[in-house]
Design a protein around this ligand. Structure first.
Ligand SMILES: Cc1ncc(COP(=O)(O)O)c(C=O)c1O
Length: 430
């Protein structure tokens, strides 16, 4: 059968939920930043230079030669049992006690988030999320026509009182709130942690109000001090879906993550995963298991953490030297990201392609809000570039934003002739 090739005709057949979807700002920036020589602070990509590629190659060959007919066959929808055992051992570090039969292995945690939205979200349902939050997570929920309501955060993460108020406001409208999407460790994009006390308060608030918690935790093992924090899941297993990933701690190209859902949702996750994927790739899972079987992987992770700490510090130093007065950021203590707030009026979205022209890519802040906020904010991901690139990139960013701030000040001065005191030079917070 031949469908019309007329794109407008094809577009008229789109499902309602697709019509309202925004195209990914991160993707546009990512595409533009692929140009040779551009220093990219844009994607949340890990540095893979620490991986033992020779050992991985030998392992890949051994697996294929020894069990190729299994590796290349369809497999269990929940993932292979060996990998689910490794997942349970990893989660124990965060206080989670789970059985391999409670886990569904997915194609990255992104697929697991999609499955969660697919089985839980009806059009018009409300999902609460940190302000700002991971663009890919927001896209999943809005893709299933949820309404995102952002909840304010401070230096200790999401503010429980603000969550309570937001829930109460939704309740008065008669809409259904389904849950809270939170990234408690080294949050994407702000890089902060939800304090232990707040994890508890937030869990209690959600339970009291009949809300689920979508606990998304790809960065939990990436604290620069090597300490892992207790997850929300162990204290609220009846209402928490825990999402894990091997992308940031090992390699995203394997596309392996997992979900630990509350018991009542398990079969729904398996069914939904079967309809989208049938099963996660067996060969990738075997390769990952072989890698995890050798305790040397932990030393490799330590090495990455050490490197990321140095890169984060280099970025902070570069920003301190280069950014205009009135810029603030949070000093990273783990994970991949540094969140930058520029003076009011600087529009990071309209400057991003000029910045790429000058050789540096970042993601504008608006990508991390579902409601258009964030125009004077941006996210920098510091794990992939080298320290030299970070220094150079920081200087280019500083130059661009100093120019933008000065142009803005000049503009405001030209249109505002009221007498004023000299505002002085506000300090940077780090
Ligand atoms: C908070 C968060 N969740 C989920 C993902 C998706 O990760 P993956 O699908 O590679 O496991 C990312 C990737 O950047 C992320 O930052």
């Amino acid at each position: 059968m031949t469908l019309s090739t007329d794109p407008t005709m094809a577009e008229t057949l789109l499902a309602d939920r697709v019509r309202t979807a925004r195209s990914s700002e991160v993707r546009k920036v990512f595409m533009a930043s692929q140009k040779r020589g551009v220093i990219s602070f844009a994607g949340g990509a890990p540095y893979l230079g620490v991986l033992p590629f020779d050992r991985l190659a030998a392992s890949a060959r051994r697996i294929m030669a020894g069990s190729g007919a299994v590796s290349l066959q369809y497999g269990a929808s929940q993932g292979i049992p060996e990998l689910r055992r490794h997942v349970c051992a990893l989660m124990e570090l965060e206080g989670i006690s789970a059985d391999p039969d409670d886990i569904v292995v997915t194609s990255g945690s992104q697929q697991a988030l999609d499955l969660a939205a697919r089985i839980l979200v009806n059009p018009g349902d409300v999902i609460f999320a940190e302000a700002p939050s991971y663009a890919g997570g927001l896209a999943v929920f809005t893709g299933y026509q949820a309404e995102i309501i952002h909840v304010p955060v401070d230096g200790e993460g999401l503010v429980p009182e603000e969550l309570e108020q937001a829930i109460a406001a939704v309740q008065t409208t008669g809409r259904t709130a389904k849950g809270l999407y939170t990234i408690p460790n080294f949050q994407n994009p702000r890089g902060i942690n939800l304090s232990a006390e707040r994890r508890h308060q937030i869990g209690e608030i959600c339970r009291r109000n009949g809300l689920l918690i979508f606990e998304d935790n790809p960065y939990g093992l990436l604290a620069f001090d090597g300490n892992t924090r207790r997850a929300i899941q162990p204290d609220f297993p009846d209402i928490t879906m825990y999402f894990g990933s091997f992308s940031k701690i090992i390699a995203p190209g394997l596309r392996l993550g997992w979900v630990l859902p509350p018991a009542g949702l398990y079969s729904h996750f398996v069914n939904a995963s079967e309809t989208t994927l049938l099963n996660p790739p067996v060969y990738n899972q075997q390769l990952l298991c072989d890698y995890l079987d050798n305790p040397a992987w932990k030393a490799t992770l330590d090495e990455s953490r050490g490197l990321y700490e140095k890169k984060g510090a280099a970025l902070v130093e570069a920003l301190e030297q280069a950014m205009p007065a009135g810029t603030s950021w949070i000093h990273p203590t783990g994970g991949f990201y540094l969140w930058l707030t520029l003076p009011e009026g600087v529009d990071t979205g309209s400057l991003v392609f000029e910045c790429i022209e000058r050789g540096v890519a970042y993601v504008p802040g608006t990508a991390f809000y579902a409601d258009g906020r964030g125009s004077n904010e941006l996210r920098l991901s510091f794990c992939l570039p080298t320290i030299d690139e970070i220094r150079k990139g920081g200087a280019i960013l500083g130059q661009l934003f100093r120019e933008a701030t000065e142009a803005g000040t000049a503009c405001a001065a030209a249109t505002d002739d009221r007498p004023r005191n000299h505002p002085g030079r506000p300090s940077k917070t780090s």
